[in-house]
Structure formats: C-alpha cells, structure tokens
Design a protein around this ligand. Structure first.
Ligand code: HEC
Length: 137
C-alpha cells in the first residue's frame, strides 16, 4: 500500500516538473512558435500560400485563412526580443514584416491576386536578412 502511494506520488512529481519546463519554454520561445506556425513544414501558412497563390484558380478561402495567420503571428513578434542582435534593428525588420503581412491580408480579403503576390514576394524576401542578424545565439 505504501509502495503504491510512493509510486503515484512519483508520477505526480514528474508530471509537475514537465509542466513547469513547458511553461518556461513557452515564455522563452515565442518568436520560435510564431515562426513555426507560419513557416515550418509544407502545411504551414507560407508554403501553403506559395502553392495557393500560384494555382491556376486561387483558393481564396485558404489564401485568406493563411494570410490572416501570417498577419497575426508577425504582428505578435514585433514587441519581442530576439536572442541575438540589436533590438532596434530587429524591431525595424519585424515591423516591416508585419506591415507586408497586413498588406497581404488586405489584398487577400479583396481577392486581389496581383496585390497578394506582390506582398507575398516582399515577405519572402525578408527571411534571410532577419535570420542572419537575429536567429541563433
Ligand atoms: C523580423 C525577423 C524575422 C523575419 C523577417 C523572419 N524570421 Fe524566421 N526567425 C526569426 C528568429 C529571431 C528566429 C529564431 C527564433 C528562436 O529560435 O528563438 C526565427 C526562426 C525561424 C524558423 C525556425 C523555427 C524553429 O523551429 O526553430 C523558421 C522555420 C523561420 N524562422 C522561417 C522564416 C521564414 C520562412 C521567413 C520569411 C518568410 C522568416 N522566418 C522571416 C526572425 C525572423
């Protein structure tokens, strides 16, 4: 009986620790989470947009949903602190990214393909500059 109680208490202790570690991770990796949501894997927002914007007949529902995700996620990282590089430079780049994402979202709402492609092109051209300066330690 005592042994069984000790085992159950042990399980709770492990779950409790994992929960704490998860919370700390979340606070530290918000830029990472936003980036993952918009760009990690073929099903994420940016790769999906690339396919949809170049399709013979654009699926506006999908384009609008993914544009909204990109706009929301990029807006959310403007006020954050990257683990590397100058904060003012990061803020400038993040604001530009969020502005391009807003432009994409507006064009998507209007089903303006040329406008959406132009904004999407600017977003695609922003990745390297920011990663070189601010990604990593
Ligand atoms: C304003 C700066 C900025 C721009 C612009 C930017 N990123 Fe990032 N990105 C970051 C930072 C900072 C990290 C590192 C986050 C971390 O690990 O804490 C990152 C990480 C990532 C990651 C890795 C996520 C992971 O799992 O670790 C991917 C994928 C990514 N970005 C894709 C993109 C793509 C694609 C673009 C362009 C469409 C882009 N990013 C534009 C700042 C930016």
């Amino acid at each position: 009986m005592l042994k069984r109680f000790a085992m159950i208490a042990g399980v709770f202790a492990v779950v409790g620790l994992a929960g704490l570690a998860g919370a700390a991770d979340e606070a530290k990796t918000t830029i990472k989470q936003a980036m993952t949501k918009i760009a990690k894997g073929k099903a994420s927002a940016i790769p999906s947009l690339k396919t949809a914007l170049n399709a013979p007949s654009p699926d506006w529902k999908s384009i609008q949903a993914n544009s909204k995700t990109v706009a929301t996620c990029t807006e959310a990282i403007v006020a954050l602190k990257p683990s590397k590089g100058d904060q003012a430079n990061y803020t400038k780049l993040a604001k530009a990214l969020a502005a391009d994402a807003t432009a994409l979202n507006v064009s998507a709402e209007k089903e303006d393909l040329a406008g959406a492609k132009a904004a999407f092109g600017k977003i695609g051209g922003s990745c390297m500059g920011c990663h070189n300066a601010h990604r990593g330690k």
